[in-house]
Design a protein. Structure first.
Length: 208
């Protein structure tokens, strides 16, 4: 019971953090709020994926500087393969099925296309992972998440568009601890451009 309540509280606080971001007029200020909130959660919350002696608890998570050119409001287009299903083992959560529900085209300086997925589980949610040219170098090799609305990571949008801000790309929990099994970016969520904004592997990652 205790673990489930802790996890519910983690998700509640993440959702509240993103609500605060959406309520901020200046995206850079919203990003600073998000960074501070994530650092606090990773430092103190019992569901933090960081080990008790991980130095990131003290230093905070590393990020690239905010780049306003990486924030987009994009239309959601029809998926290229609507009948595709991807079943992923997520450990204690069982099997999560990804269902393609759309595709977003990111303009320059990224110039890439990403599949938008629906997590077919209780409650569901939109899922937009990203594997870019920095993956395996300055960011986690398995990619990062931009949106995961089932967990509260939602930057906003309308019935036919989404706010996609790559400055908010963050590592899944399995980057920190292999006891977590995370759905990772599929081939349709890979772009060639290197996104040096968002969460990185180290503070000096942008210089690598």
């Amino acid at each position: 019971m205790t673990t489930q309540l802790e996890l519910a509280d983690w998700r509640r606080q993440v959702a509240e953090l993103y609500a605060g971001v959406r309520g901020t007029d200046d995206p850079a200020s919203g990003h600073a709020l998000w960074r501070a909130g994530r650092d606090e959660l990773f430092r103190r919350h019992p569901q933090s994926p960081l080990g008790p002696d991980d130095p990131l608890r003290r230093s905070g998570l590393p990020y690239g500087p905010y780049d306003p050119a990486l924030r987009f409001t994009v239309a959601v287009r029809e998926p290229t393969d609507p009948d595709r299903r991807v079943e992923l083992d997520t450990g204690g959560d069982g099997v999560t099925t990804l269902v393609p529900v759309g595709r977003v085209e990111l303009p320059e300086p990224v110039a890439g296309s990403l599949d938008l997925w629906w997590l077919e589980q209780y409650g569901g949610g939109l899922f937009l992972p990203l594997r870019d040219g920095s993956s395996g170098q300055t960011s986690y090799g398995g990619g990062r998440y931009v949106l995961d609305t089932a967990k509260g990571a939602d930057l906003g949008g309308t019935s036919d568009s989404l706010v996609v801000d790559l400055n908010f790309a963050y590592h899944p929990s399995c980057r920190y601890d292999d006891r977590w099994l995370c759905p990772l970016a599929q081939p349709g969520n890979t772009i060639a451009a290197s996104v040096t904004a968002g969460e990185l592997m180290s503070d000096d990652a942008t210089a690598v």
